[in-house]
Design a protein around this ligand. Structure first.
Ligand code: ATP
Length: 361
């Protein structure tokens, strides 16, 4: 059974063996290059096609994410592999928003799937919580909630100003993310799904989550369905990460708790994520940003990007290769073959070399 991404839970034809490469900005280029070497080694038949989108292109001709490129991504590719977007020369980050949010919303990538998996005890921050204890996945709703931009400002800049940010919860949107979580749990032999909201304080939208959760959970009687308010979830993730197998939550809470999760699993350099529309193209990206402070120095950790390649291979119907990627990262961490921010002395390229060496022997 697949263990990496949430993509395989509906019966369907395999996605096209073509991967769109969007290195983006800053360290995105450096880490993606290492991921590409892994894909070329493990799956030389995959067609990899690069797209010139990012801050340079935006500053050159104003392009962010053209309609025809989006259409191409939707119809001609099985996976999109993203480096990172963000550049100090574009202080508004308008290009990053249009490209990343554009893909998420316009390709309707409603599942944000993030494994919270500690690969080696040495890199975990919690005493007594090692690889056994820190191993669960989060399903974050990715297309609505607090991030639709619906709202407004009134009397801006005056003493009487009002700013309103609306949270959108649709029955369809809530149901499909909950179902994705349960389906993944079932397909991967998991016994528990925990839904998190703040229905004690947010009585309209989150009451909908409560109701739909009960309905969907009833269809999966073999899986224990539980609920935690998000503040309690944050506490439990630190005190007892072993309580969780699958967590499902909304866009805002998912954003926050998955960064907490990344910290529990060794930090940004090791956190990978997938943005999925089951049955359609999926987008894979390291959780970290473009890190302008270290860009161009060749010291960024490429492991999050390489872990993305494991998810991509799984998504493209090659789960054994996906597992090999994960195992190899685990071995590198075990051997201390890591970049500086994890206490090693390898450059980005050398860390990539370490992975390739282990994969080819
Ligand atoms: P954004 O706003 O795009 O999320 P950012 O670049 O300010 O971006 P991140 O890149 O997510 O923030 O990370 C914050 C810091 O963590 C970086 O400035 C960098 O020092 C460090 N960091 C992030 N990713 C890596 C990595 N892959 N390897 C080493 N250090 C990293």
């Amino acid at each position: 059974m697949p263990t990496h991404t949430a993509s395989t839970h509906t019966a369907r034809v395999l996605p096209l063996p073509r991967v769109a490469l969007l290195p983006g900005d800053g360290i995105g280029h450096e880490v993606l290059a290492e991921g590409v070497r892994v894909l070329q080694l493990l799956a030389p038949d995959l067609e990899l096609v690069s797209f010139d989108l990012g801050a340079d292109r935006y500053l050159r001709d104003g392009t962010t994410l053209p309609d025809d490129v989006l259409e191409q991504l939707r119809t001609e590719f099985g996976a999109i592999f993203v480096g990172a977007f963000g550049d100090p020369r574009v202080p508004t980050s308008v290009h990053a928003k249009e490209i990343l949010l554009g893909m998420r919303f316009r390709l309707d990538l409603y599942v944000n799937f993030r494994p919270i998996r500690l690969y080696h005890d040495r890199y975990g921050p919690l005493r007594g919580k090692g690889t056994e204890e820190t191993n669960f996945v989060v399903f974050r709703e990715n297309t609505e909630g607090m991030y639709t931009g619906i709202g407004g400002q009134f009397k801006r800049g005056t003493e009487d100003e009002i700013a309103i940010e609306q949270e959108v919860n649709t029955r369809k949107g809530v149901e499909r993310i909950l179902r994705a979580a349960f389906e993944w749990a079932r397909a991967n032999g998991k016994a528990k799904v925990c839904m998190s909201d703040k229905s004690n304080a947010m009585r309209h939208g989150h009451e909908l989550w409560q109701r739909v959760f009960k309905l969907v959970a009833a269809e999966y009687p073999e899986i224990k369905a539980s609920h935690l308010y998000v503040d309690v979830l944050a506490m439990r993730m630190v005190q007892a990460p072993e309580s969780f197998e699958v967590v499902v939550t909304n866009n805002l809470f998912g954003d926050i708790i998955t960064d907490l999760g990344a910290a529990l699993a060794g930090g940004l350099g090791l956190a990978a994520s997938a943005n999925i529309h089951p049955g359609g193209v999926a987008m894979f990206e390291p959780v970290h940003g473009s890190a302008p402070d270290i860009a161009g120095q060749g010291i960024a950790n490429p492991f999050a990007a390489i872990l993305c390649t494991g998810m991509i291979l799984d998504h493209l119907g090659r789960p054994a290769l996906g597992r090999r990627v994960e195992d190899t990262i685990r071995r590198c961490l075990d051997q201390g073959q890591v970049t500086r921010e994890l206490g090693g002395n390898l450059s980005t390229r050398e860390a990539g070399d370490a992975v390739l060496n282990l994969l080819s022997h």
